[in-house]
Design a protein around this ligand. Sequence first.
Ligand SMILES: Cc1cc2nc3c(=O)[nH]c(=O)nc-3n(C[C@H](O)[C@H](O)[C@H](O)COP(=O)(O)OP(=O)(O)OC[C@H]3O[C@@H](n4cnc5c(N)ncnc54)[C@H](O)[C@@H]3O)c2cc1C
Length: 630
Amino acid sequence: MAPVLTLVSSLAYLALFCLSSAAPPDINKKTYEYIVVGSGPGGGPLAANLARAGHSVLLLEAGEDQTENLNVSQWVNFNAAGNDPATRWDFFVKHSDDAAREARYLHRTWKKADGSFYVGTDPPTGAKPLGIYYPRAGTLGGCAMHNGCLTMNPNDVDWNDIAETTGDESWSAENMRKYLVKLEKAHYNSSYVHGHDGWLDTTMLDSGYAGFEDARELTTLAAQAAGYKTSDTISLLARDMNGNQANRDNLVGPFGGVSHINPNGRRSSPGYYVRDTVAENKFPLTLSLDTLATKIIFKSTGTAPRKKAAGVEYLQGKSLYSADPRSNANITGRPGKVYASREVIISGGAFNTPQLLLLSGIGPRKQLEKFKIPVIADLPGVGQQVADNYEAGILSLAKRDVNVGHNIFPNFFKSSVGKIRDIYMWCGNFAFEGFWPGFPNIPEKNFTGDYGPREYECALVHMNPRSQAGTIELQSTNPRDVPAINLNFFKNGAEQDLTAILEGVKWVRSWLSKVNASETDSLAPFQEKHPCEGTIGKQNCTAAAQKTYIKEQAYSHHASSSARIGADDDRFAVLDSEFKVRKVVGLRVVDASSFPKVPGAFPVLPTMMISEKATDVILEGLADEQWTKD
Ligand SMILES: Cc1cc2nc3c(=O)[nH]c(=O)nc-3n(C[C@H](O)[C@H](O)[C@H](O)COP(=O)(O)OP(=O)(O)OC[C@H]3O[C@@H](n4cnc5c(N)ncnc54)[C@H](O)[C@@H]3O)c2cc1C
């Protein structure tokens, strides 16, 4: 069956390719019911769903259609996808205002005089510091086209908290689950209810248990360390992290990992859903690729004090945004204006959504006035209190080659400072220590992205860190420029967050140190490289030294909450619980920016789920003509 599906999908693509490789459509001065800006997990499904429901939709996407680029379509190539100039947008961020701390970041990026990058702490003369690399994708389907495909419904409390703070019960975890079931086409066995007719293929990854003795030994030790019996290991590794188990937020230990790929390893994502919706040629969806939205157009609403979003100004042309590595000042775009009779929906992702709002006069008054942008709505939360998960790892080298294949096993851990499980980790024969241009390779250091076949890492994600103090602010009024981003890591609650991460690291050490070193051909002893160099079980690093290492070398790629939902009395709430931008009409934000905090360990599935929720909210609200016609 799978090859037939692939053939149908490819034929549909060929039909579309003729369109997408052509110049973007003429949309100037046209009117659609809905305009959606950005085709990632937030905007893509929403645009396709509204069109499938019969509404005319214009989807603006700054990038190209790279859905059949093998780096993108084959999930195993995700590192190549992340580095592909045809899809990537390069952002450079700060983790703090502490210049000395920033300088100690081991993978800081610099631009050399010849235009190439240097990665490290000892730059050549004349190199200009760029900051800490933060990958994004500017392409049809957004970051879901180059991400690692980990697919995780967050802890129930993440959804329930939104219901509680806004008083909108439709955000309860129980209700939100219906959107997971609706969008997924699950290809794995589970005793929980799943969807099998949706647009997103989901597949459970192999833990390697059946095929690799090393995988059996390591996963069994991890299961034991989590308090389970040896005989439980196989069933733990098939545990569904997207099931609706009672008390799931407290379930720890090994799980099966779920990915948004089909069983043949082909990536599934909003990019394909949008592409195929257009290719079916029977829904009123207009996709305008290579189109950068530059400003939201507002009009007065008669006697109403609030302005209404009436359309979007844009530039059409390739590689217009300066984060696109192919961009240069000589490329000029074709400007235009396009109108929405009902709503404008912004889904540009956690960095670009606040930028577009700010450019349009929605944001903190002081910042808008600094750039002489007329204030449409003074909303102090735009680009403020930005959240991100902290990531770190425990990387070591076994005594001999680790034979677990390409398999990983995921695991949840609850630290002593977490109310519920607060660390997610995945372990395997890899080295993942952050992002930099060219990751995981650093040519000038002759580092080829791994420490060889003896490497073994558990990469840790600290869910819901206490500090949510990131800022995204304009550097200029040129919509092609990137904004200034400071994630302000560990600004608040640092001690507790560092304790949580270090406990996760120590927990991994606890079971790696149980690998029997006296057995012939043992993996042990493991030599840890980070965060505490030395033989596991015999190291001599203080907790303080390890926390300093983690604090200075933590990385991230789950930015969210830059235009977030919140309660009516929360002055930093940009959106209400129906994604409506406060103080204006006809404008919503639906993407990772919308979350009050980072959902769970990985944001892509929750972002697709809120895209489905927004579809429901918008369609159900059509009767409420007052809001859009105000
Ligand atoms: C390298 C990497 C690996 C990741 N791995 C995982 C993972 O394994 N699992 C997981 O859950 N999450 C992962 N993530 C995070 C996840 O992919 C993102 O959180 C998610 O894609 C966010 O969706 P979004 O719709 O908010 O924004 P995005 O995915 O960023 O999409 C925004 C889209 O809007 C377009 N756009 C922006 N501005 C404009 C404009 N002005 N005009 C027109 N178009 C515009 C962009 O081109 C882009 O296509 C990863 C992210 C990265 C970068």
